[in-house]
Design a protein around this ligand. Structure first.
Ligand code: MV4
Length: 464
C-alpha cells in the first residue's frame, strides 16, 4: 500500500533537458512508467522525433548549445513554467553541472541524477582517486598533489613513463605522457597552463603510465535506502581521441575472478560515498588483470544499452524510479549475464577524411532489424542533421548468445542498413568487424589508433 506521503513524492511530469537519441530514450522509459514528458528544445531541433513524441514542448533558445541546452536560466524557467516535478539531463550538456543541480534543489525540482556532493567529489579527479584509495579500491601508483618539487621526486620514484592529469579534467582531457626526467619540468608546466585555460583550475595529479591497458567500466544503480546493484562490465577499449567507437559486454578479456573483483571495488566505492543514482566506475586493467580505479561518471552514459541487453534491466527506468525515492526492485543475485552485446556508435562523419563531420539531410534510410538488433536513433528519412551538436546519429546494438553471434548479427545489420545523404562511420565499422585482432577480442586502448594509422581505407574509397 502506498501512503499519501509516498503518492506526493511520485513524479507526474518529467522535463527532458537534452536532445537526440538520449532524449528519445528517456521519453520511452517515462511513457512506460506513465509519466508525462516535457522537452526543452533548441530552434535547430524543432522538427525532431523527441519533440514530436513528448507530451509538451518548450523552445529554450537558438541552435547554439550555449544559448539553449547549456543555458541554465532558460532551462530552469521552462521546467518551472511547465510545472515539471523532475528533470532528466541525459548525458553531456547539464548532466554534471553543479550550479544547475544546486538551482534545481533550491527550486524543488528533482534532478534525476546523484547528489551535488557526489558530482563534486567525482568531478575532482584527484579527490576521486584519494577517495577510492581511502576505501582500499586500488589506484595506479601515483601522487595526488600539485606541488612541482614533490611531483618530481615522485616521478623518479615511480619511474618513467608517467602521466600527468588535470584534476578538473577527465575523459582524457588535459593529460600528458612524460617519457623522461628531461621532459618532466616542461610538461608539468604546460599541463598546468592548459588546465588553467581549459578548466579555470590548474591542479594536477600524476600516475605511473600503463602501457596498453583496457578500459573496463562497471555500471551501477544506487537507491535512496543505500542499496547498490552492480552490473556486468563494459569493455570500452575501442576509442579514438578519447571518444568511444565500440563497446561490448561482457568484456572478452574478463574472467569470473576479475569480474568478482570489479564488482567488489565498484560496489564498495558506491556504497561508501552514498551514491544514489545510475553511475559508472571506470577502471584501467593491465595485461596481468590488475584493475585500477581511474574515474567515476555520475550520469547515464551513451553505452548503457549493452548493459540493458545482457542484464535485462531498463537502466533509465531504474534511474527515474530511484530519483523518485523508490527502492530498487531488483537484487544483486538476480543480475546474470545473458549472452553478449556490442554497440557501434554511428557518427555522421567521414572516417576516411579524418572523421570530418558530415551534417545534412538524410535522403534515404532503411533500418536493419530481426533477431538481436536494437537501434537507438532519432533520425528519419528527410531529417536534417544539424551541424551544431555532436555527430552521433545512431547506436547500432547487437545481442547474441555468444560474442560470435553478436558480431555476426552486427555484420548482417551493416549489410541491411541504408543511410544516404550524409557520410557515416559504417564503412570503418565494417573493416573493424573483419579484423583478426577485433575478432580475437585481444585489443587494448591503443589498438584502434594504430589501426587508423595503418591505412585501413587504402584501396577502397580513400580521399585526400
Ligand atoms: C591512463 C593511461 C595510462 N596510464 N592512465 C584516458 C582517458 C582517461 N579516462 C584515462 N586515460 C588514460 N589514462 C595511466 N596511468 C592511458 C589512458 C588512455 C586511455 C584510457 C582509456 C581509453 C582510451 C585511452 C586512450 C589513450 C590513453
Amino acid at each position: 500500500m502506498l501512503s499519501s506521503s509516498d503518492l506526493n513524492k511520485m513524479f507526474k511530469k518529467v522535463f527532458i533537458a537534452n536532445r537526440g537519441e538520449i532524449a528519445l530514450r528517456v521519453i520511452r522509459s517515462c511513457r512506460e512508467l506513465g509519466l508525462k514528458t516535457v522537452i526543452g528544445f533548441s530552434e535547430a531541433d524543432r522538427d525532431s522525433v523527441p519533440v514530436r513524441l513528448a507530451d509538451e514542448k518548450v523552445c529554450i533558445g537558438p541552435a547554439s548549445a550555449s544559448e539553449s541546452y547549456l543555458n541554465i536560466p532558460s532551462v530552469v524557467s521552462a521546467i518551472e513554467m511547465t510545472k515539471s516535478d523532475a528533470v532528466h539531463p541525459g548525458y553531456g550538456f547539464l548532466s554534471e553541472n553543479i550550479p544547475f543541480v544546486e538551482i534545481c534543489g533550491a527550486s524543488r525540482i528533482v534532478f534525476i541524477g546523484p547528489s551535488v556532493k557526489n558530482i563534486q567529489l567525482m568531478g575532482d579527479k584527484s579527490l576521486a582517486r584519494k577517495t577510492a584509495k581511502s576505501f582500499r579500491v586500488p589506484v595506479i601508483p601515483g601522487y595526488e598533489e600539485s606541488n612541482y618539487k614533490e611531483a618530481l621526486h615522485h616521478a623518479k620514484r615511480l619511474g618513467f613513463p608517467v602521466i600527468i592529469k588535470a584534476s578538473a579534467g577527465g575523459g582524457g582531457r588535459g593529460m600528458r605522457r612524460v617519457n623522461t626526467l628531461d621532459e618532466f619540468h616542461q610538461l608539468w608546466h604546460t599541463c598546468q597552463e592548459e588546465a588553467k585555460a581549459a578548466f579555470g583550475e590548474s591542479a594536477l595529479y600524476m600516475e605511473k603510465f600503463l602501457e596498453r591497458p583496457r578500459h573496463i567500466e562497471i555500471q551501477l544503480v544506487g537507491d535512496r535506502k543505500g542499496n547498490v546493484i552492480v552490473f556486468p562490465e563494459r569493455d570500452c577499449s575501442i576509442q579514438r581521441r578519447h571518444q568511444k567507437l565500440i563497446e561490448e559486454s561482457p568484456s572478452p578479456f574478463v574472467n569470473e575472478k576479475l569480474r568478482k573483483k570489479l564488482y567488489k571495488y565498484a560496489y564498495r566505492l558506491a556504497r561508501k560515498i552514498g551514491y544514489k543514482s545510475a553511475g559508472t566506475i571506470e577502471f584501467l586493467v593491465d595485461s596481468n588483470a590488475n584493475a585500477y580505479f581511474i574515474e567515476m561518471n555520475t550520469r547515464i552514459q551513451v553505452e548503457h544499452p549493452i548493459t540493458e541487453l545482457v542484464s535485462g534491466i531498463d537502466l533509465v527506468k531504474s534511474q527515474i524510479l530511484v530519483a523518485q525515492g523508490d527502492k530498487l526492485g531488483i537484487r544483486q543475485k538476480d543480475i546474470k549475464i545473458t549472452g553478449h552485446a556490442i554497440e557501434c556508435r554511428i557518427n555522421a562523419e567521414d572516417a576516411s577524411r579524418n572523421f570530418m563531420p558530415s551534417p545534412g539531410k538524410i535522403e534515404k534510410l532503411v533500418l536493419p532489424g530481426g533477431p538481436g538488433i536494437r537501434i537507438d536513433t532519432h533520425i528519419y528519412e528527410g531529417y536534417f542533421i544539424p551541424p551544431y551538436y555532436d555527430s552521433l546519429i545512431m547506436k547500432l546494438i547487437s545481442h547474441g548468445r555468444t560474442r560470435r553471434e553478436a558480431i555476426e548479427r552486427m555484420r548482417r545489420a551493416f549489410d541491411e542498413i541504408v543511410i544516404e545523404g550524409v557520410e557515416t562511420t559504417i564503412p570503418l565499422y565494417r573493416k573493424i568487424f573483419d579484423h583478426p585482432i577485433f575478432l580475437s577480442g585481444r585489443y587494448s586502448v591503443k589498438w584502434l589508433e594504430n589501426f587508423l594509422e595503418s591505412g585501413w581505407d587504402n584501396g577502397s574509397s580513400k580521399k585526400v
